[in-house]
Design a binder for this molecule. Structure first.
Ligand SMILES: Cc1ncc(COP(=O)(O)O)c(C=O)c1O
Length: 453
């Protein structure tokens, strides 16, 4: 409820500007003071894998959006979607509440009845990899599609494109792949393969916002692409994600799937955008049935809120700096760890690409006979956070062991990743001092091994 002035009158807009601005200025001061504190402390070293990197502008935007109290997707969301489309070089961007939801909406869109005989149906095959994040693959299973797993290669951690033709069958309809840890997969080979065989391509760019291939942004090659704004990613809105597409028909389908499956495309708070709200005959519904309650898809509610979008708008302005910082940290780590190439596979960008590195991947060479668990303990003990390459080999995960799928050849490198890989942080919250600590910690690891050996 809005507070009335003493005389019972509601404050006019002009009278309310000042307290609101004063409040936002106070918020900015508070956040500035808090952000100044974060730097490397040699007495208690900490090298996280990821984290929110933000300033006063994000918190002010969130508070401003809270004061507007729109609560669901509204004007901030539309503005964020427009800015995101501009920043990614795509025609349409649709905000959703996570990267997983983005993948679900994108894959489900390919199964839409509105695509007629171009739609994917249960039992159709989709080429993908098992070395990745589970919710790249989960939407395939959720839609009754059959994942066809192809091995990956090191040091890019992406699909082995030499096996694409062997993976194809009469039922193959699409390729769904993530750009692993921000390193683009070979978009030239994959795009040519998809064109040759008339397959849809979905690019999971959740870890790769800002990466390019042949000078072109990832997310602009496939029929659909997805983004995540979870705090670990290149920009954050807390929870959040987006679907990108250049095709108006797919945009409309994704929007419907995101918004309960409805046929109507009125924005929240709007009515009768199509001008025919009570004037259509749809299916066997009564003539003039309210278009707002006509459903063309078995959908979900995957919408995000204006609070998240307001934060996203500010984060997006920082994207070029964020990507540059990730690249600089990745390059520093590559230099600092170059002398371990005899025991560690160091990460390399896919030819023709400029990654937007999500993390710095390492794989212990099998022939070195070293233990990942030992290295992980050593790093974690020194305050250096580690992660494994998500699911490792998805088919070895309890939830996926019995899923209907096909494997092409052997997944030897996928297994190698499950057994011997890890990644450490290169996000903009770390800098030279953190990298020096990483280098020193690897040096103690090696000298310990030498003593033991
Ligand atoms: C490649 C990939 N796809 C999808 C997701 C899911 O994103 P979210 O956590 O926003 O659901 C992630 C999460 O990090 C990811 O790494």
């Amino acid at each position: 409820m809005r507070t009335a002035f003493k005389d019972g009158r509601l404050p006019a807009d002009s009278e309310r500007v000042e307290p609101r601005d004063a409040l936002l200025a106070q918020v900015a001061d508070l956040v500035d003071a808090r952000c100044e504190a974060a730097s490397f402390n040699p007495a208690a070293p900490s090298v996280p894998v990821s984290g929110r990197v933000y300033g006063a502008a994000e918190v002010v935007a969130a508070v401003r959006a809270s004061l507007d109290f729109w609560l669901t997707a509204g004007p901030e969301t539309r503005a964020f979607e427009r800015a995101l489309a501009r920043a990614t070089g795509q025609r349409h961007a649709l905000m959703v509440n996570s990267g997983s939801s983005a993948n679900l909406a994108a894959v489900s869109a390919l199964c839409s009845p509105l695509l007629a005989d171009r739609r994917l149906v249960a039992g159709d095959e989709v080429i993908t990899v098992a070395a990745g994040f589970p919710t790249t693959v989960a939407p395939l299973l959720q839609n009754g599609l059959v994942p066809v797993f192809v091995d990956v290669t090191l040091p890019t951690y992406n699909i082995d494109v030499a096996r694409l033709e062997a993976a194809r069958s009469a039922r193959t309809r699409a390729v769904v792949l993530a750009h692993t840890l921000g390193n683009p997969f070979d978009l030239a080979a994959i795009s040519a393969f998809c064109e040759r065989h008339d397959l849809y391509l979905v690019e999971d760019c959740c870890d790769a916002l800002g990466a390019t291939f042949d000078g072109r942004q990832v997310g602009t090659f496939g029929a659909l692409a997805t983004l995540s704004f979870y705090p670990a990613h290149q920009i954050t809105t807390g929870e959040g994600g987006a679907v990108l597409t250049r095709r108006p028909a797919l945009k409309r389908i994704v929007e419907s799937i995101r918004d309960w499956g409805r046929d109507c495309w009125c924005e929240p708070g709007c009515e009768n955008t199509c001008g025919k709200r009570f004037d259509q005959q749809l299916g066997t519904l009564p003539a003039g049935y309210d278009h707002k309650y006509v459903y063309s898809h078995v959908g979900y509610n995957l919408k995000a809120t204006d609070l998240q979008a307001a934060i996203g708008r500010v984060q997006l302005e920082r994207l070029p700096q964020f990507v540059a910082a990730r690249r600089a940290n990745h390059a520093r780590l590559s230099t600092a760890l170059a002398s371990y190439a005899d025991v560690l596979v160091l990460p390399e960008a896919t030819a023709g690409s400029d990654p937007s590195w999500f993390g710095f991947a390492l794989t212990l060479r099998a022939e070195a006979g070293l233990s990942r668990r030992d290295l992980v303990r050593h790093l974690e003990g020194a305050g250096i956070a580690t992660r494994q390459i998500f699911a490792g080999n998805l088919l070895r995960q309890p939830a996926y062991r019995e899923c209907v799928h096909r494997v092409v050849g052997r997944l030897d490198t996928t297994d190698q990743i499950a057994e011997n890989s890890l990644w450490i942080g290169c996000f903009p919250g770390i800098g030279e001092a953190h990298v020096e600590h990483v280098a020193a910690t690897f040096a103690t690891w090696r000298s310990r091994l030498r003593k033991a050996g």
